[in-house]
Design a protein around this ligand. Structure first.
Ligand SMILES: [Zn+2]
Length: 183
């Protein structure tokens, strides 16, 4: 292949890539509100309001393919994001926070407060049925881990030093949540 032909092949490959990415962008669901890489856009359904007992079950390989590496690490491997690194810690917009893995509604902005810890914090979940408490003895501490009731993903921990009316502090990882502003 001559140098000129090679150049032409390369150029057409670049043009093809550009046209594919343009058509992908164009076909995106226009009702989606989330654009972060780990968030697959979806439309909320009534089943996302209160856990109805229908669990979401995927293999860890499926979760790994579905989530960003950061989200997989926190949600599926019980990791913790660095404090002050998450996108929702300072978010004051009115709206709801959903599980980033299965889109079950978890927290409302009405229960969010500034804890100064570097993680988004809430004094109560939207519904007790939507979360599960699990005893966590890791890191030499006795803590209560919070998981999503529908998909079992790790969300964060709950502590008893929160504000009124519950006195609880649900300390969550931003990467475990998907925020949808209320309209
Ligand atoms: Zn979930």
């Amino acid at each position: 292949m001559s140098e000129r032909n090679l150049y032409q092949v390369l150029l057409s490959l670049i043009l093809l890539t550009v046209s594919i990415s343009i058509s992908c962008t164009g076909s995106r669901d226009s009702t989606a509100t989330n654009t972060a890489p780990n968030e697959i856009p979806r439309v909320s359904s009534p089943a996302d309001e209160v856990f109805d007992g229908q669990k979401v079950v995927k293999s860890e390989d499926e979760w790994r393919a579905y989530l960003s590496p950061e989200a997989f690490y926190v949600l599926r491997q019980e990791g913790t994001e660095r404090p002050y690194s998450g996108k929702y810690e300072k978010n004051k917009e009115p709206g709801d926070y959903y599980c980033a893995a299965c889109h079950l509604k978890l927290f409302s902005s009405k229960a969010k407060f500034e804890s100064g810890t570097g993680w988004p914090s809430f004094f109560e979940p939207v519904n007790e049925k939507n979360i599960v408490e699990v005893k966590d003895d890791s890191l030499g501490m006795e803590r209560i881990e919070i998981e999503c009731a529908r998909c079992g993903s790790h969300l964060g921990h709950v502590f008893e030093d929160g504000p009124k009316p519950t006195g609880l502090r649900y300390c969550m990882n931003s990467v475990s949540l998907t925020f949808e502003p209320s309209h």
